[in-house]
Design a protein around this ligand. Sequence first.
Ligand code: GAR
Length: 215
Amino acid sequence: MSGIVVLISGRGSNLAALCNNLDLVKHIKGVICNNVDAPGLSIAKKFGIPSHIIQHKQYLTREEFDKHMAQIIDGYNPRYVILAGFMRILSPWFVNRYHMRLVNIHPSLLPSFIGINAIDQAFAAKVKVSGLTIHFVTDKLDHGPIIAQGVVSNKSSTLEELADKIHTLEHVAYPFIVSKLLSNKVNILDDETIVVEKDKDDIQLLGKFYNSLFY
Ligand code: GAR
């Protein structure tokens, strides 16, 4: 097993961030998308990464759809399956198949604000801080062992400013953590406790975001 397969549904800005990382892009074996109109598909094309459109509407059950995705994923024999704005609930069958190999990024400090429109939910709740969570996926929606969390201030932000701050941090944090996964720096102590090894060049890699990312 080596490399990653990335699953997307929409814009694909996190996929772009992974692709723009020179050390990571060579590890992206394939992209799967469940939405034929997703702008993110053009990013895969631009970087010459094979992409597959699997439209969930064409399957009678969630598991049938997931089994078809798994067939394609397994053809690449990836070490990790990376969810980057993949907006479908995955079946327990799929989640178990990729136990501790399935990683998600969510735009809130989990377990707060699960589900869709997490940034709007946090803004409406008038929280003072929000952020992002990178975690292994379990069959409970937007839960699972936390690998890293990034924090942004919501003080005197508009909704658009908050969204912008979270997305900017996502685009630094996700490539950083996926690199840590691929370089064996993410240790699973038990099914709930994840410890990420620090490196001396982390400060340089994260730059001004170093103090915003907790891992
Ligand atoms: C990202 O903000 C990601 O955290 C979120 O979808 C967005 C996808 O943007 N994921 C979820 O809400 C998962 N529950 P992108 O397509 O531009 O990468």
